[in-house]
Design a protein around this ligand. Structure first.
Ligand code: K1U
Ligand code: ZN
Length: 169
Protein backbone atom coordinates (compact mmCIF):
# COMPACT_ATOMS: atom_id res chain seq x y z
CA UNK A 1 0.00 0.00 0.00
CA UNK A 2 1.11 3.60 -0.45
CA UNK A 3 0.27 7.08 0.75
CA UNK A 4 -0.48 9.22 -2.33
CA UNK A 5 0.25 12.91 -2.88
CA UNK A 6 -2.82 15.14 -2.36
CA UNK A 7 -3.21 18.11 -4.75
CA UNK A 8 -3.72 21.50 -3.11
CA UNK A 9 -6.14 24.26 -4.16
CA UNK A 10 -5.87 26.19 -6.50
CA UNK A 11 -4.13 23.48 -8.56
CA UNK A 12 -6.08 23.41 -11.87
CA UNK A 13 -5.99 19.60 -11.90
CA UNK A 14 -8.63 19.77 -9.14
CA UNK A 15 -11.02 21.19 -11.76
CA UNK A 16 -10.82 18.22 -14.14
CA UNK A 17 -13.99 16.15 -14.60
CA UNK A 18 -13.47 12.47 -13.66
CA UNK A 19 -14.34 9.73 -16.15
CA UNK A 20 -16.42 6.62 -15.38
CA UNK A 21 -14.58 3.44 -14.34
CA UNK A 22 -15.21 0.73 -16.95
CA UNK A 23 -12.88 -2.08 -15.81
CA UNK A 24 -12.94 -3.61 -12.32
CA UNK A 25 -9.36 -4.89 -12.18
CA UNK A 26 -6.76 -5.70 -9.49
CA UNK A 27 -5.20 -2.28 -10.32
CA UNK A 28 -8.48 -0.62 -9.29
CA UNK A 29 -8.44 -2.56 -5.97
CA UNK A 30 -4.86 -1.37 -5.37
CA UNK A 31 -5.78 2.25 -6.11
CA UNK A 32 -8.75 2.04 -3.70
CA UNK A 33 -6.47 0.57 -0.99
CA UNK A 34 -3.94 3.37 -1.55
CA UNK A 35 -6.68 6.02 -1.43
CA UNK A 36 -7.98 4.57 1.86
CA UNK A 37 -4.48 4.60 3.35
CA UNK A 38 -4.00 8.20 2.18
CA UNK A 39 -7.34 9.27 3.73
CA UNK A 40 -6.63 7.58 7.10
CA UNK A 41 -3.09 8.95 7.21
CA UNK A 42 -4.11 12.57 6.43
CA UNK A 43 -6.38 12.17 8.52
CA UNK A 44 -9.68 12.73 6.75
CA UNK A 45 -13.16 11.27 6.49
CA UNK A 46 -13.25 11.14 2.68
CA UNK A 47 -11.12 11.31 -0.44
CA UNK A 48 -11.94 11.55 -4.16
CA UNK A 49 -9.57 10.18 -6.82
CA UNK A 50 -9.35 13.68 -8.35
CA UNK A 51 -7.48 14.83 -5.21
CA UNK A 52 -4.68 12.34 -5.92
CA UNK A 53 -4.58 13.32 -9.63
CA UNK A 54 -6.47 10.26 -10.85
CA UNK A 55 -9.42 11.42 -12.95
CA UNK A 56 -11.71 8.44 -12.53
CA UNK A 57 -15.00 8.30 -10.60
CA UNK A 58 -13.75 6.76 -7.34
CA UNK A 59 -14.48 7.85 -3.73
CA UNK A 60 -13.54 6.44 -0.33
CA UNK A 61 -15.32 7.55 2.88
CA UNK A 62 -15.14 6.56 6.54
CA UNK A 63 -17.16 8.76 8.90
CA UNK A 64 -17.04 6.27 11.80
CA UNK A 65 -15.44 7.25 15.12
CA UNK A 66 -13.43 4.01 15.18
CA UNK A 67 -12.21 4.35 11.58
CA UNK A 68 -13.36 0.83 10.80
CA UNK A 69 -16.20 1.41 8.31
CA UNK A 70 -14.63 2.05 4.91
CA UNK A 71 -17.17 2.80 2.18
CA UNK A 72 -16.13 2.71 -1.49
CA UNK A 73 -18.17 4.38 -4.22
CA UNK A 74 -17.29 3.80 -7.87
CA UNK A 75 -19.23 5.76 -10.54
CA UNK A 76 -21.50 7.40 -7.90
CA UNK A 77 -24.53 9.39 -8.93
CA UNK A 78 -27.14 11.19 -6.86
CA UNK A 79 -30.59 9.73 -7.59
CA UNK A 80 -32.47 12.16 -5.33
CA UNK A 81 -31.83 14.99 -2.86
CA UNK A 82 -34.08 16.20 -0.04
CA UNK A 83 -35.74 19.59 -0.29
CA UNK A 84 -34.60 20.21 3.31
CA UNK A 85 -31.18 21.81 3.44
CA UNK A 86 -28.57 21.95 6.18
CA UNK A 87 -25.44 24.01 6.75
CA UNK A 88 -22.25 22.25 7.84
CA UNK A 89 -18.77 23.63 8.44
CA UNK A 90 -16.74 21.76 5.81
CA UNK A 91 -13.03 21.13 5.52
CA UNK A 92 -11.00 19.69 2.66
CA UNK A 93 -7.69 17.83 2.47
CA UNK A 94 -6.94 19.86 -0.67
CA UNK A 95 -7.46 23.13 1.22
CA UNK A 96 -5.75 22.37 4.55
CA UNK A 97 -6.57 24.60 7.50
CA UNK A 98 -9.61 26.23 5.85
CA UNK A 99 -13.11 25.52 7.19
CA UNK A 100 -16.32 27.28 6.18
CA UNK A 101 -20.07 26.83 6.10
CA UNK A 102 -21.69 25.21 3.06
CA UNK A 103 -25.44 24.65 2.68
CA UNK A 104 -26.49 21.42 0.93
CA UNK A 105 -29.47 19.03 0.79
CA UNK A 106 -29.77 17.29 4.16
CA UNK A 107 -30.29 13.79 2.69
CA UNK A 108 -29.27 12.18 -0.60
CA UNK A 109 -29.88 8.82 -2.24
CA UNK A 110 -26.81 7.68 -4.13
CA UNK A 111 -26.33 4.82 -6.58
CA UNK A 112 -22.80 3.51 -7.10
CA UNK A 113 -20.78 0.36 -7.77
CA UNK A 114 -18.50 -1.42 -5.34
CA UNK A 115 -14.92 -2.43 -6.12
CA UNK A 116 -16.21 -5.60 -7.83
CA UNK A 117 -18.62 -3.66 -10.04
CA UNK A 118 -21.78 -4.60 -8.13
CA UNK A 119 -24.39 -1.81 -8.13
CA UNK A 120 -25.85 -0.64 -4.80
CA UNK A 121 -28.06 2.19 -3.55
CA UNK A 122 -27.52 4.07 -0.28
CA UNK A 123 -29.66 6.62 1.53
CA UNK A 124 -27.36 8.98 3.39
CA UNK A 125 -28.00 11.64 6.03
CA UNK A 126 -25.96 13.65 8.56
CA UNK A 127 -22.17 13.68 8.03
CA UNK A 128 -22.23 10.89 5.41
CA UNK A 129 -24.60 12.95 3.24
CA UNK A 130 -22.37 16.03 3.56
CA UNK A 131 -19.22 14.05 2.79
CA UNK A 132 -20.75 12.21 -0.19
CA UNK A 133 -21.88 15.47 -1.80
CA UNK A 134 -18.47 17.08 -1.12
CA UNK A 135 -16.64 14.10 -2.73
CA UNK A 136 -19.01 13.87 -5.73
CA UNK A 137 -18.32 17.59 -6.29
CA UNK A 138 -14.58 16.75 -6.42
CA UNK A 139 -15.26 14.21 -9.21
CA UNK A 140 -17.02 17.00 -11.11
CA UNK A 141 -14.03 19.30 -10.67
CA UNK A 142 -15.56 21.42 -7.91
CA UNK A 143 -13.84 22.33 -4.63
CA UNK A 144 -16.02 23.43 -1.64
CA UNK A 145 -14.52 26.95 -1.63
CA UNK A 146 -16.38 27.54 -4.93
CA UNK A 147 -19.59 27.79 -2.81
CA UNK A 148 -18.12 30.75 -0.89
CA UNK A 149 -18.17 34.45 -1.83
CA UNK A 150 -15.71 35.73 -4.46
CA UNK A 151 -13.93 37.68 -1.74
CA UNK A 152 -13.44 34.57 0.43
CA UNK A 153 -12.31 32.54 -2.60
CA UNK A 154 -9.75 35.19 -3.46
CA UNK A 155 -8.43 35.33 0.12
CA UNK A 156 -8.15 31.52 0.31
CA UNK A 157 -6.39 31.38 -3.08
CA UNK A 158 -3.79 33.95 -1.95
CA UNK A 159 -3.26 32.23 1.39
CA UNK A 160 -2.72 28.84 -0.28
CA UNK A 161 -0.37 30.23 -2.96
CA UNK A 162 1.66 32.06 -0.28
CA UNK A 163 1.97 28.82 1.70
CA UNK A 164 3.18 26.90 -1.39
CA UNK A 165 5.79 29.66 -2.05
CA UNK A 166 7.04 29.43 1.54
CA UNK A 167 7.47 25.66 1.10
CA UNK A 168 9.86 26.07 -1.89
CA UNK A 169 11.71 29.10 -0.48
O1 K1U B 1 -12.57 15.58 0.44
C1 K1U B 1 -11.81 15.87 1.34
O2 K1U B 1 -10.98 16.73 1.18
C2 K1U B 1 -11.94 15.18 2.69
C3 K1U B 1 -12.69 16.01 3.70
C4 K1U B 1 -14.13 15.52 3.74
C5 K1U B 1 -15.15 16.42 4.37
C6 K1U B 1 -15.02 16.87 5.67
C7 K1U B 1 -15.98 17.69 6.24
C8 K1U B 1 -17.08 18.04 5.51
C9 K1U B 1 -17.20 17.61 4.22
C10 K1U B 1 -16.24 16.80 3.66
C11 K1U B 1 -12.01 15.84 5.05
O3 K1U B 1 -11.90 14.76 5.54
S1 K1U B 1 -11.42 17.26 5.84
C12 K1U B 1 -10.80 16.64 7.40
C13 K1U B 1 -11.86 16.31 8.39
O4 K1U B 1 -13.00 16.72 8.22
C14 K1U B 1 -11.57 15.49 9.57
C15 K1U B 1 -10.30 15.08 9.86
C16 K1U B 1 -10.05 14.29 10.98
C17 K1U B 1 -11.07 13.92 11.81
C18 K1U B 1 -12.34 14.32 11.54
C19 K1U B 1 -12.61 15.10 10.42
ZN1 ZN C 1 -12.34 17.96 -0.33
Amino acid sequence: MAVLNILHYPDPRLNKVAQPVTEFTPALRQLVADMAETMYEAPGIGLAATQVDVHQQIIVIDTSEEKNDLKVFINPRILSSSADRKTYEEGCLSVPGIYDNVERPERVTVQAQDVEGKTFTLEADELLAVCLQHEIDHLQGKVFVQYLSRLKQSRIRHKMLKREQQKVA
